[in-house]
Design a protein around this ligand. Sequence first.
Ligand SMILES: *Cc1c(COP(=O)(O)O)cnc(C)c1O
Length: 219
Amino acid sequence: MSIEQNLEKIKQTLPKKVTLVAVSKTKPISDLQEAYGAGQRIFGENKIQEMTQKWEVMPKDIQWHMIGHVQRNKVKYMAEFVSLVHGVDSFRLLKEIDKQAKKRNRVIDCLLQIHIAEENTKFGLDENEVNEISTSVEFHELKNIKVIGLMGMSTFTNDQEQIRREFKQLKSIYDSLKENLNSLSVLSMGMSGDYQMAIEEGSTMVRIGSSIFGARNSH
Ligand SMILES: *Cc1c(COP(=O)(O)O)cnc(C)c1O
């Protein structure tokens, strides 16, 4: 099936309130152009340099989402154009995004990444760390970032019940954080293999790569 057909098929299964991020990491510009031609306007990349190269050549009405781990020293390269940073996993990173956004007179939307997977290799904050950040005075002083939600990745496993538990855990952290931070409206969870379950558990934004563009050779 073509990229256009894949997109069409996925969109048919998504409730209206769920936003589709087309994860185009490692894929050539021609693939992004095909998705763009089919109406897709939100793309997700996990490397700042690759995202910047694609931003330079693609139409300017695209929203670019950084879904990967962000190194603080690279924030400056995307600060001009990135529309949502999914993987914010420390207060120091949030401060750097704020600083770079301020230089460009922007407010950059961010998601705090929560560690829900049992594997200890994945990045992210735990519930205590999120509460610590969101209740700190310094956090509320940052005027050039806006935390609009949370992001999480489930464990890479075939155990469906484990994945569901992890999604439920993320949703419950989201709900309790929202009581104190009413700027929250986005819960980014679900990828090609698990997005339907993620939606059942309350996801409002799914990040789908291989089901749209086909399998990747790396990452
Ligand atoms: C690669 C990636 C995805 C998309 O994965 P697929 O299984 O190809 O849909 C989603 N989220 C993050 C953070 C990723 O790195």
